[in-house]
Structure formats: structure tokens, C-alpha cells
Design a protein. Structure first.
Length: 291
């Protein structure tokens, strides 16, 4: 196994691993250590179907089950509930139209976010695999929240220590003007409270925990808290903290949601983009999940 850094601060390409084949324990441990250090890993040239992708992700944690907002079970393109359909493809295999509600919902993925911060339990590792990608556009950008925290001035670090924010998927979508959710959908994903600063267990480093899903700071006036969140995201996504991944079919990208932000970038409306994601549950929340 070979690890090639892609950015001065984080992110690396891994060569010599076949995610579709049985993974020796030594390789699994080495990948876990690499994730703890680099936070984002790129494995190119993989050949995965949905079952193999889920099986590979399961080696690193328990996958979360997806709630089908605008994709009820009878209309889902993908059969397995562990698989999030991060695509612009309809169940009939066509490219979504401009006003398709599922497309409107997924446009929120172009905001800086971390997967499942709006859920209890929250997300840990995400495994995103490319079946089809546009010839231009559609990149995914990643930001290192550990490096961003390290770069904060000491007074700001002291100010934000111990603060908590409310996260909601409906808040991030509302910032784009999309609010068409039923009461059942809202009840299925109630807001959750998350720390603004946490210690990343794999590296031992302190990290910001941010997302477009973060609505406000608990105990602060809403406008003041939103300004703080806005400023922190703007700081954490400065170019020196960001790595850009340009997709190729067969790419498997793995990242740690506990210490990174990411966002998709625009691509032509008529282009087909078929990416599928499995996200594991944060082990710190696992006992609560099974309670």
C-alpha cells in the first residue's frame, strides 16, 4: 500500500488497495491510521457495486440508514437503505429536470457541510463512489477543520470553547429558499445539538465542527450566533485549508466528517452524475443509537 499526500495539510491518494476484494486486517488498520492523519483518502480505479461498497464501508463502522426525503421507498433508485443516492438520476434512469424536487433538495450539497451532523447519531466516515461523472464541473471540495482550528487566534479559541449549535437539514435547505417539506419529514429529522469545538479521537487534535446545517448558537441571540457561524465557515474554507477532488469514474473517496467540511460544485444541467455514498455512524453515538 502506497500513500501519496495531495495537500500540504491533509488529503492523500492511496494506491495498492482493492476495495472489492477481501481486505487484510493489516491494510484495514493502515487505512484507519491514514484516515486519522489525512482525514480524506482517494482510491482510484475501483470496481464496486452497491453491495461491495457497503461491505467495504462496514469494515470501518456501522452504516447509517437513510431516510428517504423525496425518495420514498417505492420510488428509490437504489435498493439498499445504507446507500445515499448522491446523483441527478431518476429511478427511470433519466437525468433530473431543473425543477425536480429531488434536485432542489440535493442542491444543498453545494453548501459547505459535514454529513449527518443533523442526525443523532451523527456521521463518522463517508465512502463516496463514482459510477458516472460530468466531463466538466462536479468537483468536491474538502476543508480541514483541524488546521482551521489551529490557525484561529487564541481569544477566539477561548470564546468558542464549550459553545453548542443547533443543526437541522431543514435549515440548510431553507437558506437556498427550499422549504417544501411535510410535517412527517420534519418530524423524522428533528434538530440536534452539537458542540462547536470537539477533539478528534483519531488524531487527538482539536477541531471545529461546522456545517451549513448549523442554525444558531445555543444561548446566544440568533443573529449574533449566525454571524459567528458564518465567519467560522468563511475562515475554515480559505484556500489554504481546501483540497479539490476532480472525479473520475471508479474513484472511491473516503473522508472523516468529524474534522472536515465538504461541498459539491456546479456542473452542466444535462450532464449525468451518479455518485453513491455510505456513511458510518459516529462510534461515540453508537450506544445511544442501539438504546
Amino acid at each position: 500500500m502506497e500513500i501519496i499526500p495531495l495537500h500540504p495539510l491533509f488529503a492523500a491518494e492511496v494506491r495498492g488497495v482493492d476495495a472489492a476484494a477481501p481486505l487484510p486486517e493489516a491494510q484495514r488498520a493502515a487505512l484507519t491510521a491514514a484516515l486519522d492523519h489525512y482525514a480524506v483518502l482517494v482510491l482510484r480505479g475501483q470496481r464496486l457495486d452497491d453491495e461491495k461498497q457497503i461491505a467495504f464501508a462496514r469494515l470501518f463502522g456501522e452504516p447509517e440508514m437513510n431516510i428517504g426525503i423525496y425518495r420514498p421507498a417505492s420510488q428509490r433508485r437504489l435498493a439498499r437503505p445504507e446507500m445515499a443516492d448522491v446523483s441527478n438520476v431518476t429511478p427511470a434512469g433519466e437525468v433530473q429536470g431543473r425543477t425536480d424536487k429531488r434536485r432542489m433538495f440535493n442542491l444543498g450539497n453545494m453548501l459547505w457541510h459535514t454529513d449527518s451532523s443533523f442526525r443523532k447519531p451523527s456521521g463518522c466516515l463517508s465512502f463516496l463512489y463514482a459510477h458516472a461523472v460530468p466531463e466538466q464541473g462536479g468537483e468536491t471540495e474538502f476543508a480541514d477543520l483541524r488546521a482551521a482550528y489551529d490557525a484561529l487566534e487564541a481569544p477566539l479559541k477561548a470564546e468558542i470553547e464549550g459553545l453548542r449549535a443547533e443543526h437541522s437539514i431543514f435549515h440548510s435547505r431553507a437558506t437556498l429558499g427550499f422549504t417544501e417539506f411535510s410535517e412527517e419529514e420534519r418530524a423524522a429529522l428533528p434538530p440536534v445539538i452539537q458542540p462547536l469545538v470537539r477533539r478528534h479521537p483519531g488524531s487527538g487534535r482539536k477541531t471545529l465542527y461546522l456545517a451549513s446545517h448549523a442554525s444558531h448558537i445555543i444561548g446566544w441571540p440568533v443573529p449574533e450566533g449566525r454571524l459567528l457561524l458564518h465567519d467560522l465557515i468563511a475562515f475554515a474554507t480559505r484556500r489554504e485549508f481546501v483540497h479539490v477532488h476532480r472525479w473520475q469514474p471508479g474513484d472511491l473517496v473516503i473522508w472523516d466528517n468529524r474534522c472536515t467540511l465538504h461541498r459539491g460544485r456546479p456542473y452542466p444541467l444535462e450532464a449525468r452524475r451518479d455518485l453513491r455514498r455510505v456513511t458510518t455512524i459516529d462510534p461515540e453515538n453508537l450506544a445511544e443509537y442501539h438504546a
